[in-house]
Design a binder for this molecule. Structure first.
Ligand code: SF4
Ligand code: MG
Length: 328
């Protein structure tokens, strides 16, 4: 198993603020001691409720932010502590695609020029080589060459997303981080883009990280699923385990709230999530899920369960899974 990205003990804390007003001595614990590996060829999902730290994690993994502690090793090199020159060279290999690419598509540039932009930034190709590569990439993502010289006005949401995918692809990336990339699209367009991502993976060997709240989509597209609660990784398992026999009580609650997984042969007992939504400023002592966990034990109030190996190729952070690995 060739590891392309290794996240090691990464934490990120912000000062808490409300409309630019800072709260003295209050901190948002956005990501807490996250450790996991992404393997080459993975479609790894990162899921959790809003406010769980998904967006912070996506900014850390794409190096828009640096962690307060820990390492993020991309192909063996720590992007968190990397010098600017090396980072620019490596950046083309890992790219972030956001939900609404329109903000990053300049309205006054032709679509061909927009897709070519990163090639000009990174240099090394002639104008005609750039033209050829842009045209080939447009065809690869299903954009008509008629659009080459046109301005982006009037593009559909799906076409705009294809422009941003093409702009990432011209640099021949190894890893694409998809932060809610498909969330604004309708089901038909979503499925088309998922098929495109799959084809690009087959042909180019691209690895994907899907950061998403859409568990139905994740179930179709991802082979491994990382579940985050209050900035902590609580479960990491393959698709089958996550959607059929999840171990962590939070994963079970998340799944039970999702109608899109209706036809699953779901083995674990489900229940609805109650209690306060997570607040990353006030993290409960012990297991952070305890205030909402129907299975909590006495020790859960004191000891924060470590993320530990549970079945084959699976990690979970829960005291129950220490006692009875299947606890069903
Ligand atoms: Fe629930 Fe305890 Fe497991 Fe936390 S460690 S999820 S409180 S049983
Ligand atoms: Mg978010």
């Amino acid at each position: 198993n060739d590891v392309i990205l290794s996240v090691r003990n990464v934490s990120r804390i912000y000062p808490a603020r409300d409309r630019n007003k800072l709260f003295a001595n209050q901190f948002v614990h956005a990501v807490r001691d996250a450790s996991f590996d992404v393997r080459r060829g993975d479609n790894l999902a990162i899921v959790g409720e809003s406010g769980c730290g998904k967006s912070t994690l996506s900014r850390l993994l794409s190096r828009l932010e640096v962690p307060d502690s820990g390492q993020i090793l991309f192909m063996g090199e720590d992007i968190a502590s990397m010098k600017a020159k090396r980072l620019l060279a490596l950046r083309r290999k890992f790219q972030l695609l956001l939900q609404d690419p329109f903000s990053s598509i300049p309205p006054h540039l032709s679509i061909g020029r927009t897709i070519a932009e990163p090639l000009y930034v990174h240099g090394g190709l002639s104008r005609s080589e750039i033209r050829d590569r842009v045209a080939a990439t447009m065809q690869e993502v299903g954009l008509s060459l008629d659009l080459f010289g046109k301005l982006p006005v009037g593009l559909s949401a799906g076409q705009r997303q294809r422009v941003s995918i093409a702009r990432a692809l011209v640099l021949d990336p190894e890893l694409l981080i998809l932060d809610e990339t498909l969330s604004a699209l309708d089901q038909v367009e979503q499925r088309k883009l998922l098929a495109l991502f799959q084809r690009l993976q087959d042909q180019r060997g691209i690895t994907y990280i899907y950061i998403s709240h859409d568990l139905g989509m994740v179930r179709r597209a991802c082979n491994r699923i990382a579940v985050i609660y209050l900035g902590r990784l609580v479960e990491l398992a393959d698709n089958r385990t996550t959607f059929i026999e999840p171990r962590h009580p939070y994963t079970r609650a998340l799944l039970s709230a999702v109608p899109a997984v209706e036809e699953r042969p779901f083995k674990a007992e489900t229940y609805l999530l109650e209690g306060e939504p997570p607040n990353p400023i006030h993290i409960p002592a012990g297991c952070s899920f305890r205030p909402r966990c129907p299975f909590a034990l006495d020790k859960c109030a004191i000891d924060d369960p470590p993320l530990a190996a549970r079945g084959r190729d699976e990690l979970a952070a829960c005291h129950l899974t220490e006692i009875d690995p299947h606890h069903q």
